[in-house]
Design a protein around this ligand. Structure first.
Ligand code: NI
Length: 177
């Protein structure tokens, strides 16, 4: 989600977690737990004007990134439950740009509230799984095989990717809006 298509085509076949570079050696469980608080802080830092600024022309605004994170949390919520419920679950990809066609309808505070509620719901579930379940195999049609833990690492890396974007937007003056 949010990687450019060329990168997707060339690299995804060999990379289990496309966001590994963002995660580095950080504990994915700690990262996913910290994200709601970070998004809350960034929301205050961005303010209404910052929410309307984008990273670059044609890119999502701050508000749209919040919408995307809420939508991705819906997808992750479904994926982690299916991964636990099924053997060798195959992830269903979605077209994030098509989902984003509806983003004019949402406000950033609603996106943050939706994200945070879903994230807590997901964390409660993830914390309950056995160590064996972390190794459960699943696969992504484009990225190949991964484990349940790999899915959590993907969530965490995806968080860090978008948090960094929001930090960049928040760090800019109003001149860029
Ligand atoms: Ni994304």
């Amino acid at each position: 989600m949010c990687l450019n298509a060329t990168f997707n085509r060339n690299i995804m076949v060999v990379m289990t977690n496309p966001y590994a570079a963002h995660l580095e050696n950080r504990d994915p469980f700690e990262v996913i737990g910290a994200t709601p608080g970070k998004l809350e802080q960034l929301s205050a830092k961005l303010g209404a004007k910052g929410m309307d600024r984008s990273l670059a022309p044609g890119k999502w605004t701050g508000r749209e990134i919040y919408c995307h994170l809420a939508d991705c949390e819906i997808a992750f919520a479904f994926r982690i439950r299916q991964a636990l419920a099924e053997d060798n679950h195959v992830i269903q990809p979605f077209d994030q740009d098509r989902w984003a066609r509806n983003y004019a309808t949402y406000q950033a505070p609603a996106a943050l509230a939706a994200f945070s509620a879903l994230r807590q719901w997901n964390i409660d579930l993830v914390r309950s799984v056995t160590p064996q379940a972390l190794d459960k195999p699943l696969s992504h049609p484009e990225r190949g095989p991964l484990t349940f833990k790999g899915l959590i690492e993907t969530m965490a890396g995806h968080d860090l990717n978008h948090l960094a974007q929001l930090e960049t937007i928040a760090g800019r003056s109003g001149a860029a809006q």
